[in-house]
Design a protein around this ligand. Structure first.
Ligand code: FPP
Length: 239
């Protein structure tokens, strides 16, 4: 059971451990990503049923291009399958009130993925029960640089002055503009780092770690994270 009065509004999830899960079973790493994508679907549905308003899943980082070509290619195929399936399940997703967003530099993605992602964002843009951010070719530092460049251009054009650069203004230049910062960040698989995920937005996030590998992550694990979160005392620098 989860205390619905103390739910985080925004949960970020680093879907880690897919490779190790596959290795443990003598399977290719890519099988771990496929199972991980199923867990992504299930946890999205469950979190939405609980009433969580924003979810951000780290699906592919700016650094993940360094992986073997075949692994990258399978992850891209998983994106494709997800995007086609989202079209097929349009009515179901509408009923769930899912709004899909892709955060990251999508310009580097294959044309069909870019196009399908743009369509999915547009088709779901009037939904608001749960916003699902898929971080794809995402890096927190590159997001900060991108925002900085955009702000520098506005200053250079004389459209704003340096005094206009506040924290809120800076946040509005990020991919997550108009969304609350993540209250809770979940990282399974026994790793204790942020790995360039939501670098700016995580300044006051609560962290929850677990040894469970992402493909084994269940609704019960999600409940545990939420229950721990409900007992945290968040002071945002105050006493
Ligand atoms: C990290 O585990 C996982 C990834 C780099 C890829 C995650 C992508 C998916 C689960 C597909 C998501 C799809 C959609 C549509 C959102 P790892 O490979 O680093 O695991 P390891 O540390 O055990 O090697």
């Amino acid at each position: 059971m989860v205390d619905k009065d103390k739910l985080p509004r925004h949960v970020g999830i680093i879907m880690d451990g897919n490779g190790r899960w596959a290795k443990q079973r003598g399977l290719p790493r890519t099988e771990g990503h496929k199972k991980g994508a199923e867990v992504f679907r299930d946890i999205s549905t469950y979190a939405s049923e609980l009433g969580i308003e924003y979810l951000t899943f780290y699906a592919f980082s700016t650094e993940n291009w360094k992986r073997p070509e075949q692994e990258v290619s399978v992850i891209m195929d998983i994106f494709r399958d997800f995007l086609h399936e989202a079209q097929d399940r349009k009515a179901e997703n509408e009923e769930k009130g899912f709004r899909f967003r892709f955060i990251g530099d999508m310009s580097k993605m294959a044309d069909d993925i870019k196009m399908l992602a743009t369509i999915l964002e547009a088709d779901s843009s009037d939904k608001s029960h749960t916003v699902i951010n898929v971080a794809a070719n995402y890096g927190g530092r590159s997001e900060i640089l991108r925002a900085t460049t955009r702000i520098a251009e506005l200053v250079a054009k004389g459209e704003i002055s340096s005094e206009d650069i506040t924290e809120d203004m800076f946040s509005s230049m990020l991919y997550t503009a108009e969304q609350p910062d993540p209250d809770l960040i979940i990282r399974p698989s026994g790793e204790y780092r942020l790995s360039n995920f939501l670098t700016w937005q995580s300044a006051y996030s609560e962290f929850w770690f677990s040894d469970v590998l992402w493909p084994d992550f269940t609704r019960d694990d999600f409940d545990k994270a939420l229950n721990d979160f409900a007992n945290r005392s968040r002071r945002f620098g105050a006493v």
